[in-house]
Design a protein around this ligand. Structure first.
Ligand SMILES: [Zn+2]
Length: 480
């Protein structure tokens, strides 16, 4: 491994603010910090030109294989597709995979209403088509696709049926079931995703896909081992049967680690309180906190009740927490629960929220400032591909909460400062919303060098400010 010397950079918490220093990296860790360090041995020397050097960003919630699949899919919702005519054209011109299947993503009802098999047939019946709702919770198949996967005879609680018992073509939260019935399809390579993440300064990700199949987990591990995905990866979807408690420390071996256990409270099919409590208790007994998908008000109340029955474990966290009534902030704090949120959705869908949500629920939408003020730790994330990946854009959305159509800030009382937004990405994978990681001798050399100072960054975060990204001492993006 080549040594690395980054000269003349501004590092938070070192020599006080505003003092440029040099940072030496050896064997994947920061080995020395100070001024006027000598370029000993065969090192790459980078002049930081007075830019800020930050710890690498951690995206606390995304979906790696869905991101790769989305990259080869046809967008079926706003802003690319606005109406039925646009959707018909998008499907007609979609490339399709080697089996002739068309995969659509990002559908929203504003395009052509609720889609079932017959409705998609009217748009495109020449090839098997499957379209994913932008929530990620629903697949809609046309007749050819439904027949190919045996939807009518399938046994899964998520298969929607009409009054006569026939499958409608709509399939809720049944990704594994569907995948097992599709032709072949090895998990897509994560090479392109790794490159994109590196260019954004992201050095660590948490994959939040529930009940990850053994083949998906193996494919992620293989892409990491081969260097195609250089980021550190924590998996929430490792099944409880495969749990190895205590293996959550990032190892040097480019292997994914097992994090909290992902639990989904599906609003389309709410679990019974006893079942939810039992599942949480099982995860805790396996040594894993839970990371609970919790979007609605009713899901949050259900979760709080289940946690009272099952007890809380340090590290338990809420994913999304899209709607948090004010009365639940103190109960969240009291239980030591963390929130992993995605204000980027406001930048993508703020107009829809404004139009479609109950006005009295709007103040509860993607809370941030009131959670911090109430003593709740908040980690930031993208939920990519369902939300915008760019962490700098998500920080900006946390700071201004502007909907895409312009107009007024959506919940201005929930805006946070640039420092607070950045902290949401600087907290470590095992500690979302915890103290920002620091660059210090002996620490992992996961670094982002910026073109500008931190003050300029915080005035208007932008991915173009990323000059170089380093993971475990290896430059993975930029010129050096
Ligand atoms: Zn997610």
């Amino acid at each position: 491994m080549t040594g690395l010397l980054i000269r003349n950079v501004l590092v938070d918490g070192f020599h006080g603010q505003g003092q440029p220093s040099d940072v030496r990296v050896d064997d994947g860790v920061v080995s020395e910090m100070g001024t006027g360090l000598a370029a000993a041995g065969s090192v790459i020397v980078v002049d930081g030109r007075g830019g800020a050097l930050l710890p690498g960003l951690c995206d606390h919630h995304l979906h790696l294989h869905a991101m790769a699949a989305a990259a080869s899919s046809v967008p079926c919702g706003p802003p690319q597709v606005a109406d039925a005519g646009g959707l018909r054209k998008a499907l007609a011109t979609a490339a399709g995979n080697e089996y002739g299947w068309v995969r659509g993503t990002g559908y929203f009802e504003s395009v052509a209403g609720d889609l079932d098999a017959a409705a998609i047939d009217r748009l495109h019946d020449a090839r098997p088509v499957r379209i994913q709702h932008r929530s990620g919770a629903l697949w809609m198949l046309n007749t050819a696709a439904a027949a190919a996967v045996g939807l009518d005879a399938g046994e899964h609680p998520g298969i929607e049926r009409d009054t006569s018992g026939g499958a409608t073509g709509r399939l809720w939260r049944a990704d594994e079931w569907l995948r097992s019935r599709l032709p072949a399809a090895a998990p897509p390579s994560l090479g392109g995703i790794g490159t994109t993440l590196s260019s954004l300064g992201i050095t660590s990700v948490t994959d939040a896909t529930p009940e990850l199949s053994a083949s998906s987990a193996a494919a992620i591990a293989a892409d990491m081992a081969a260097g195609r995905l250089p980021q550190r990866v924590q998996l929430l979807g490792t099944p409880l049967s495969a749990s190895t408690p205590g293996a959550s420390a990032p190892g040097p071996g480019r292997q994914p680690t097992t994090g909290p256990y992902k639990v989904v409270i599906a609003d389309s099919q709410l679990p019974a309180l006893d079942d939810l409590a039992a599942l949480i208790a099982r995860a805790h007994a396996a040594g894993r906190p839970v990371a609970v998908h919790c979007v609605s008000r009713v899901a949050l109340f259900l979760l709080l009740a289940a946690l009272d029955a099952a007890a809380v474990m340090p590290g338990d966290r809420l994913e999304h927490a899209a709607v948090v009534p004010a009365s639940t902030i103190e109960p969240l704090r009291r239980r030591g629960l963390r929130v992993v949120t995605q204000p980027g959705f406001i930048a993508w869908r703020g107009d829809d929220y404004q139009r479609l949500m109950e006005p009295e629920e709007l103040p509860d939408l993607y809370r941030f400032r009131t959670l911090l003020a109430g003593g709740v730790r908040v980690g930031l994330s993208s939920d990519a591909p369902y939300g915008p990946l760019d962490p700098w854009a998500v920080m900006q959305a946390s700071m201004d909460r502007l909907p895409p159509g312009g107009g007024q800030s959506l919940g201005p009382q929930e805006r946070v400062t640039g420092v607070e937004a950045l902290a949401g990405y600087l907290s470590g994978p095992a500690d979302p919303g915890g103290a920002p990681r620091q660059i210090r001798p002996g620490g992992a050399a996961d670094l982002v060098l910026l073109h500008c100072s931190k003050r300029e960054l915080l005035a208007g975060p932008d991915a173009a400010m990323v000059r170089m990204t380093v993971i475990a001492g290896e430059p993975v993006f930029g010129q050096y």
